[in-house]
Design a protein around this ligand. Sequence first.
Ligand code: 5GP
Length: 201
Amino acid sequence: MINGVIIGGCSGVGKSTIIRRLLKAHPEFRFSVSWTTRQPRPGEEEGVHYHFTTAEEFERLIEEKYFLEWEKVYQDYYGTPREVLESDGDEIIIVIFELDTRGAINLKEKYPQFTTIALLPPSIEDLRKRMAHRGSETEETINSRQAYLQKELQRLLTFDFALINENLDETVSRAERIILSLNNRTKFIAPHIEKLLDALK
Ligand code: 5GP
C-alpha cells in the first residue's frame, strides 16, 4: 500500500534539504526520483537526485505515458515516473514526491488520498537570499523564478499541511511527525481490522 506524501513549495525554500534529511533518518521512505531535462548541479547524481535526460527523450516518454504527471517548470521538463507507485502486499510504503506547486496539485487531483505538505519561507527576503546563495542560477533565472512565485504561493493555500521553514531541525521534525502519523489512517489499518473480523467468524 502506498502512502503518498507530496512536498511542494517555492523553488529555493529548502525542499531538497528537508527531504534529504528525512530520507537519511528514514531509509525506509521511498523517494520519487523525477526525470528532468535540466543540467545536473554540482553534487547531483544520476538516478539519486534526478534522472537527467534530453528534451527529445523526455517528449518520447510523455508520448508513451510514462509519467504520472509532468510539467515544464521554467524552461525545463520535470516528470514523475509511474513505476514509483508499484507495491504489493499490505506493507505501507511511504513515497515522498518533491514537486513544484502545479505538479503537486495535479498529482493530488489524481490521487486525492495523497497528502500535500507546503513548505513556506519565513519571508520573501529570506527566499531571495537562499536563491542567490545557491549560486548555480543566473540573475535572469532568479528573476523569472520570482515572477512565478506569486502564483506558487496562492496554490500553496490549497495544501493539506503547511510548514514555515524558519529553523531546519524544527521543520524536519514537524514534517517527520506529520508523515509518520499518516500511517495511522484507518485505511492503512483496514487489513488489520479485516483480520480481526475474520477471527470473529
Ligand atoms: P530544481 O531545478 O530546482 O531541482 O527544480 C525546479 C522545480 O521543479 C522545483 O520546484 C522542484 O520541486 C520541481 N520538480 C522536481 N521534480 C518534479 C517533477 O517530477 N514534477 C514536477 N511537476 N515538478 C518537479
